[in-house]
Ligand binder design. Structure first.
Ligand code: SF4
Length: 162
């Protein structure tokens, strides 16, 4: 049985929010590090939003640590449309894992009624405004961010875009 959602001061239900696990300090990034964002956690705690951590790369079955991957010639939307691929630093095609992880993140969002997600910028899974491109970044969404957005979940990017 899912736990009942918290209520705010006006006694209305506060929907849970999806958050990139690494922003909560979980060491799930490709290099085994985290990206703890205390400001974000403080904000969400003040809002009283139940926090649901998700790492779409791990949910897709990728190990930690893992070789970094990038979207080749496209972004999350074109990956989901089957028009672009994700290739890791060893040259392996990891597209399927990224799509699987995005679907799992969406499944969790739907199951728990998350209406918004706070996601780590520049990631090929979680990036909202920007994704990595070599040593640079370029405009585009990651695969999980694109799928969540297309399903009506409001997505917010966290962290520097540059
Ligand atoms: S997939 Fe998202 S949650 Fe997982 S490490 Fe990358 S940015 Fe963080």
């Amino acid at each position: 049985m899912p736990k009942p959602q918290k209520k705010n001061r006006s006694n209305s239900l506060i929907p849970p929010v999806l958050v990139s696990s690494c922003l909560l300090g979980v060491c799930c990034r490709y290099d085994g590090s985290g990206a703890l964002d205390r400001q974000l956690i403080g904000r969400l705690q003040r809002d009283g939003s139940p926090i649901i951590p998700v790492c779409p790369e791990q949910l897709g079955g990728l190990p930690t640590p893992r070789p970094p991957a990038e979207i080749e010639h496209g972004d999350g939307h074109t990956v989901l449309a089957g028009e672009a691929r994700l290739i890791d630093a060893h040259g392996a095609d990891v597209t399927e894992a990224y799509v699987r992880g995005a679907r799992e993140a969406l499944r969790i969002a739907k199951l728990l009624g998350c209406r918004c997600a706070w996601l780590k910028e520049k990631s090929p899974a979680c990036g909202v405004e920007k994704i990595k491109d070599g040593d640079q970044t370029r405009p585009g969404m990651g695969v999980a961010a694109a799928l969540l957005k297309s399903a009506g979940v409001e997505v917010f990017g966290v962290g520097p875009c540059a």
